[in-house]
Design a protein around this ligand. Structure first.
Ligand code: ADP
Length: 588
């Protein structure tokens, strides 16, 4: 605050100086004004004197007095008219006198006398003019040579000021400010002058300066006192504004969605994270009733408990995970609520991902335990039966074969889980190599044929010339085997399965076509998801983990290929995937 007061004080000081200077200028102007008023009174008096001169020159009394040389009468007339001098006869003038006008009086064709207008420059005239022009005493004077005649006395000044220009003059060791107006054109002509003591002007200027400085400093003082008094309030409001801004910034940056609903159920606040999580803009939600603006609000209001204090919100029961459907998208929100005066503050985060993980985990446990149960029961049964001593050799063989088959199934299951885990963690190795796709297809088909009954026909359709494929031969075999296994699993036993290979541009397309159950269009995307099965309850008795197609998709992607399905319910399904191919040699 002092930092502000200091320059203000300097400014006030400067302004005081400026005001004093202005006051001095004003004093000069006042002198000029007074001089002008005095001059116009003088001009009027001179005009009157001229008229008087004319009148006297024409008067019979004056004519007679001149004619008769009646000096007594002439002096009497002169005394009655101080501006007028009457000279008898034609000769003679008034040398050295400031004659303003002359009127000759003619009698019998000769000049018998002259009427002169001569201003009576003296203290009386000064007083008369000063009184008529209403000037302050001692202000006006006549300068006759170096003599200054004023109403209250006569003094000598050291220099004559230039006409019309305020100047400093000295008179009897005193400094004066003066403005002069020569009354005639001659060099030494009488001058009308207005004067004022410089000490008086300086005192007035000083007075003004101190008054301005006093007022300014007073104002600064008042400002400082006021500022001092209101500073804490300003600081407090500044602080609360800062805190408010900070709270707003925090709310905006917060990863958690924040929603404030007032006691009328109207949404008062909907922060940026709330927008991001739900996709609902603040503009669409704020100011509206929560149940109209927020889908699933009834569930939230019903299931989320409102704590009285934030401290009470601790504990597992306080946060609820509830589903909200926004524009066809199912969101799971984990919400806590706390009462704030009349409002309720809800903080929520997107728990959809966690929820999905949770679903996957329970799906995994359910699927795997189900998948383990059948082979384990078979193995257990076979082992118990084998313990009996008198089993026919054929039965023993059959049981051993079943043990081999079921343990193989278990091994495949474990392999699938392992590969899926490696794909998730990114640790699965895929070799970048080239391989002969036809050899691979024929190998896979031979293995598959050995697993199916005679009714199922597996055919291979391969063009005469196929390019080599880019990718990991082993992983491709895994993919193809899986697709072929599915075709066998999900198709009637007497169906026909076709495994195809075709060069499409710079790619190689592998396909497996069956005449089985088919897959509804709406499910065709999702069957590639982890654990996704069309028939999770295995009502058709076909087991599986739902991992196979997920693994296929990930493997094909990691070899820079793509996989898709075309299917019609009840008619059959074609799975196809493409891998990059080596260019075919150009035929010569
Ligand atoms: P799994 O076969 O172990 O259940 P997959 O990931 O291989 O798992 O397949 C996912 C689901 O896709 C299967 O449960 C099945 O419902 C469906 N499916 C896969 N292949 C076929 C097919 N050839 N015909 C019909 N449905 C199929």
């Amino acid at each position: 605050m002092l930092l502000l007061a200091l320059p203000l004080a300097v400014a006030v000081w400067a302004f005081g100086g400026f005001a004093a200077k202005r006051e001095r200028n004003n004093a000069d102007q006042e002198l000029v004004r007074d001089l002008n008023s005095g001059a116009s009174v003088y001009a009027r008096l001179l005009r009157d004197a001229r008229h008087t001169a004319d009148r006297l020159a024409g008067s019979r009394r004056v004519g007679r007095a001149f004619a008769q040389s009646d000096k007594l009468t002439l002096r009497a007339i002169e005394q009655a008219h101080p501006w007028i001098i009457l000279l008898h006869g034609a000769a003679g003038g008034l040398q050295g006198r400031a004659v303003e006008a002359r009127v000759d009086v003619i009698g019998r064709e000769r000049t018998i006398g002259r009427v002169f207008v001569v201003p009576p420059f003296g203290r009386r005239l000064v007083r008369t003019i000063g009184d008529e022009a209403d000037l302050p005493g001692g202000r006006l004077g006549f300068l006759l040579d170096h003599r200054l005649v004023r109403a209250d006395g006569v003094g000598r000044i050291d220099s004559r000021p230039t006409a019309g220009k305020p100047a400093d003059v000295r008179m009897q060791a005193l400094e004066y400010r003066a403005v002069a107006l020569p009354l005639r054109e001659q060099r030494d002509a009488p001058v009308l002058i207005t004067v004022r003591k410089r000490s008086e002007i300086a005192a007035a200027a000083n007075d003004v300066r101190w008054r301005v400085i006093g007022l300014g400093l007073g104002l600064i003082g008042a400002f400082l006192v006021t500022a001092y008094a209101v500073a804490p309030a300003i600081a407090r409001s500044r602080l609360s504004r800062l805190q408010r801004d900070q709270a707003q910034r925090v709310l905006a940056r917060l990863g958690d969605g924040v929603l404030v609903v007032d006691h009328d159920g109207v949404v008062q606040l909907w922060n940026q994270a709330a927008e991001t999580i739900t996709g609902l803009r603040a503009a669409e939600v704020r100011g509206r009733r929560a149940e109209e603006a927020i889908p699933g609000w009834t569930t939230i209001a019903t299931f989320v408990p409102v704590a009285d204090r934030p401290g009470e919100a601790d504990g597992p029961s306080s946060s609820e995970t509830v589903p909200v459907d926004v524009a066809g998208r199912e969101l799971w929100l984990s919400i806590v609520a706390v009462a704030l005066d009349d409002d309720t503050v809800y903080a929520f985060r997107d728990a959809t991902h966690d929820r999905r993980l949770e679903d996957l985990r329970s799906q995994f446990v359910a699927t795997i335990s189900h998948e383990l149960r059948t082979p384990l029961a078979s193995l257990h049964g076979a082992a118990l039966t084998l313990r009996e001593h008198d089993l026919p050799a054929q039965t023993q063989d059959d049981l051993l074969e079943m043990i081999a088959e079921q343990s193989n199934r278990l091994a495949n299951l474990v392999e699938e889980i392992l590969v899926a885990g490696q794909l998730d963690s990114g640790s699965l190795r895929v070799v970048a190599d080239t391989f002969d796709p036809e050899e691979l297809v024929r190998g896979v088909v031979t293995v598959a044929r050995s697993r199916v009954g005679e009714d199922t026909m597996i055919e291979v359709v391969v063009p005469p010339v196929v390019p080599k494929a880019h990718g990991d031969g082993e992983r491709t075999r895994q993919v193809l085997l899986n697709l072929l296994d599915n075709a066998i699993k999900y198709a009637p036993s007497e169906g026909r399965i076709e495994v195809g290979l075709a060069a499409v541009g710079d790619r190689l397309r592998f396909s497996v076509q069956d005449q089985g159950l088919g897959i509804p269009v709406g499910e065709q995307e999702r069957i590639f998801d982890k654990f996704y099965r069309l028939d999770p309850d295995q009502r058709r008795g076909i087991g599986g983990t739902g991992l196979g197609l997920y693994i296929c998709r990930e493997l094909v992607r990691s070899m820079h290929g793509r996989i898709w399905v075309e299917s019609e319910r009840g008619k059959g399904t074609t799975f196809a995937f493409e891998l990059p191919a080596e260019p075919l040699p150009v035929p010569v």
